[in-house]
Design a protein around this ligand. Structure first.
Ligand SMILES: *[C@@H]1O[C@H](CO)[C@@H](O)[C@H](O)[C@H]1NC(C)=O
Length: 361
């Protein structure tokens, strides 16, 4: 290589950068298309300088937490997955909030839920809709609230609904956990009907896997809550998770009540959107367990028809169905395709860069 060709090479590189910056978007698109078709274009040299830097974009920064299938996920619940779930409905058949069956005819929810115009609960349903898919309605006879609850104090936002008793094949009850601290709690499942009316869809039972983060900060927020966060979620499940009253579940036991969800609806969450995103606040059961245990005991003294405890299914004949994860499979396949495409592109960039330098050697 003599000095002339070195000069020429430098000039060409600078020229190419200049040109490609101006037409960045178009070039990028057309180059992608062309490559998929025939793998060859005339202006390959131009796009190297613009493609290479765009390859080290910041996407990878925080997405390291996808090992556990439930953590950092939003999924639609399958039928029979949560046989203790109740949808609390108004007398206009509107969905109000979620609840958990803790005893026959006794449903745990938020106190705020009990203060609305509620009428009945739906059991055996993944959609919050009467007369659909085997959903069974039970009339609410009486409500109860944690004694110190007031509308300004959300610390003890705990309510109970008393309904007509149900036959044991209708629902399972969930056990109240004996844990006493949120310190060692990492992953929590929160379950609810999404409350996604703002995007005009049916409310479907769904669960989210969140990470307990953000311990109480003295003077700022010292409330004893499980604060459920998300990282790098990438979901197509329509969600709001605005609803409250649903359970926080760990190890198939009830560890809390969702007392705060989202304020807005989103159609889908992308990984870029959901970095360190707080999804829910869950009031731990140990803060009201003595009170609740007493209510449950009282309820069961009077009632000989006991429910089986989750994860047992309501009837002996109802076999436990295999939980399908179709959503994930679809997503994974998509990921794979994307990755492959990216790699192919990188490969061709390298190849053409070699061609380009070869011109001047
Ligand atoms: C629960 O719903 C299913 C339909 O999804 C129905 O076949 C079943 O009979 C229902 N259970 C009861 C106890 O009605």
């Amino acid at each position: 290589m003599n000095s002339n060709s070195v000069f020429l090479l430098i000039f060409c590189v600078l020229f190419c950068i200049f040109v490609s910056v101006g037409v960045a978007d178009n070039v990028k698109k057309s180059v992608d298309d062309n490559r998929d078709d025939n793998g060859e274009t005339n202006d390959e040299a131009k796009d190297e300088s613009l493609e290479v830097p765009s390859e080290n974009e910041p996407n990878k920064v925080t997405c390291s937490r996808r090992i556990n299938t439930r953590l950092h996920e939003i999924r639609a619940a399958t039928r029979n997955q949560y046989p203790f779930m109740a949808a609390v409905m108004s007398d206009h058949d509107d969905y109000i909030c979620s609840g958990s069956v803790v005893s026959n005819g006794l449903i745990l929810t938020t106190a705020q839920c009990t203060q609305q115009s509620i009428s009945y609960v739906l059991l055996n349903s993944t959609g919050a809709k009467k007369n659909e898919g085997g959903a069974l309605a039970y009339h609410i006879i009486k409500t109860d609230r944690f004694p110190t609850f007031s509308t300004t104090d959300t610390d003890k936002d705990v309510g109970l609904l008393y309904t007509d008793k149900f036959p044991p094949e209708v629902a399972s009850k969930i056990k109240i956990s004996d844990y006493r601290s949120t310190r060692n709690l990492v992953d929590v499942e929160a379950i609810g009907f999404g409350l996604n009316s703002e995007v005009g869809t049916m409310k479907e039972l769904q669960y989210i896997g969140v990470e307990n983060r953000g311990f109480p900060i003295p003077m700022v927020d010292s409330r004893d809550l499980i604060r459920g966060y998300f990282d790098c979620i990438d979901t197509k499940v329509v969600t709001c998770f605005k609803d409250t009253g649903g359970p926080g579940v760990f190890n198939q036991e009830l560890i809390g009540i969702v007392v705060k969800g989202q304020t807005e609806c989103i159609k889908e969450m992308t990984s870029a959107y959901a970095v360190n995103k707080k999804l829910v606040e869950i009031l731990p059961t140990y803060t009201f367990k003595a009170w609740l245990d007493e209510k449950i005991t009282k309820n069961e003294e009077k009632d000989p028809v006991q429910l089986v405890t989750f994860p047992s299914m309501p009837t002996a004949s109802a076999s436990r169905r295999v939980i399908s994860y179709q959503g994930t499979e679809g997503k994974k396949a998509g990921d794979g395709k994307k990755k492959k495409k990216k790699m192919r592109r990188r490969g061709s960039i390298l190849l053409h860069f070699i061609t380009f330098s070869g011109l001047f050697s």
